[in-house]
Design a protein around this ligand. Sequence first.
Ligand code: NAP
Length: 331
Amino acid sequence: MTPTENELILLTRRPQGNVDEDCFTFESQEISPPGPGEVHIRNIYLSCDPYLRLNMSSRFELGKPIPVRAVGEVVATADPRFAVGDVVWGFLAWERYSVARAADLTLVDSKLGPLSHAISVRGMIGLTAWVGMMSIGQPAPGDTVVVSAAAGAVGSVAGQLARLAGARVVGIAGGERKVSHVVENLGYDAAIDYKSGVSLKESLADACPDGVDVYFDNVGGTVLNAVLDQLGVGARLAICGGISQYQVEGQEETNLAKLMGSGATMKWFSIYDHLHELPAFVTRMARLVGEGKIVYYEDIADGFENVIPAFLGLFRGENLGKRLVRVSDEP
Ligand SMILES: NC(=O)c1ccc[n+]([C@@H]2O[C@H](COP(=O)([O-])OP(=O)(O)OC[C@H]3O[C@@H](n4cnc5c(N)ncnc54)[C@H](OP(=O)(O)O)[C@@H]3O)[C@@H](O)[C@H]2O)c1
């Protein structure tokens, strides 16, 4: 029998400054059976992503569920494209069950690797790293590549891709556990703990004596400014995100004058402009992970009641790898 009762999280207050539990309300609602062209899904993995915080300030509607990527199992279907028992991923919500249009869902092939990878390394997260590093950064042997939030979901892939391309890779991450992780487990050549109290500018100068050729930026703010001080000639900067600025009113000024005379290029990109690349990417990344060329860590919290703490933890740097929440068991 398909469930009729759902539990979901609504955005009920817009965050000002740091987001906290008071912005959200857990609610039980009846869930209707799928209508024509729709599928009823039992969610298994829900994604927690920094960009959600930005959308909570204005884009997401108050009193509505929070749309996120999720992997789940089809429990009822009114569309011939999916059968009961299929595992799918799509833009669903922070909720236990979802009813979604079949046209908006993608079948997850368990032969390609872990199901959760469909919304992490084999999905839009991995593709973000790929686009930013390979299309914008274009690392080559002899280059020094720097990646911030190097132990995170996107950063951990970006740095490994640069190493595969033959570059020397330096990660920036918060805390000793993360800097050892990126060197020992992810194969970075060096890593800098930006929370150690040592000047980041000096640490970068030590780690990148010939300058930074490629910078993959996930955090913006003071970290970006420190890298701008250390640019090599003709550097490429892929501006992926700026999490350090997502909760502050008024952006920290970026020292763009440092680009003058460097011949550097700086490009912001959105993964939504590259979704057409996803189908080919899925098999390419599944192969790289299967062959052990890309090592991927997920930081999976358990239980629907832990969705908000897991999300808030992103802004305290709690996560090692992609943060997900498992809200029910895999089939
Ligand atoms: N351009 C696109 O289309 C696109 C797509 C996906 C993601 N993104 C962006 O990519 C970035 C990384 O996303 P993700 O999903 O991979 O998250 P993530 O790196 O797995 O998690 C966020 C990490 O950011 C770091 N952080 C948090 N607050 C910080 C602060 N104030 N200053 C410096 N670092 C801070 C923490 O690592 P430490 O402990 O190392 O500080 C934390 O673990 C985000 O900015 C996100 O918005 C962009």
